[in-house]
Design a protein around this ligand. Structure first.
Ligand SMILES: [Zn+2]
Length: 122
C-alpha cells in the first residue's frame, strides 16, 4: 500500500513538473511571438519611411526608378552573388590597438578606442 502511495505521489509530482515546464514553454513562445510582432511592425514602418523617402527623391527628379534598381543590384552583387542579400562585412580593425573588434561595440573592448563602422554594416 505504501509503495502504491509513493508511486502515485511520484506520478503527481512528475505531472506537476510537466505542467510547469509546459507553462514556461508557453510563456517563452508568447514572448517570442510578441517580440516578432513588434519587429514586424518596426519593419513595416521602416519600409513605409523608405518608400516615402524614395518618392521624394523620385518626384524631385533626382534619381529614376531604373537607377534605383541598378544601384540595388550593385549593392546585392558586392559579394558576387545576386541573392537579394547584403554580404556580411569582416569585423573592423581597432584604430588604436589593431585588434579585430568583434560584435557591434562602438568602442574597442581592449583599449577603448572609438571604432568607426559602416552605418550599413550587418
Ligand atoms: Zn583597441
Amino acid at each position: 500500500m505504501t509503495l502504491m502511495f509513493r508511486s502515485a505521489y511520484a506520478a503527481s509530482v512528475q505531472a506537476e513538473h510537466a505542467q510547469t515546464s509546459a507553462s514556461n514553454a508557453s510563456s517563452t513562445a508568447n514572448a517570442a511571438l510578441s517580440k516578432m510582432e513588434m519587429m514586424q511592425a518596426d519593419l513595416e514602418r521602416l519600409m513605409m519611411i523608405t518608400e516615402a523617402m524614395w518618392l521624394i527623391i523620385k518626384e524631385n527628379n533626382l534619381v529614376s526608378d531604373d537607377e534605383l534598381v541598378a544601384k540595388i543590384r550593385e549593392v546585392d552583387l558586392r559579394d558576387g552573388r545576386l541573392d537579394g542579400r547584403v554580404a556580411k562585412q569582416n569585423n573592423p580593425e581597432c584604430p588604436g590597438c589593431k585588434r579585430t573588434v568583434i560584435g557591434k561595440h562602438p568602442v574597442c573592448l581592449y583599449c577603448g578606442a572609438v571604432v568607426d563602422r559602416d552605418p550599413f554594416a550587418r
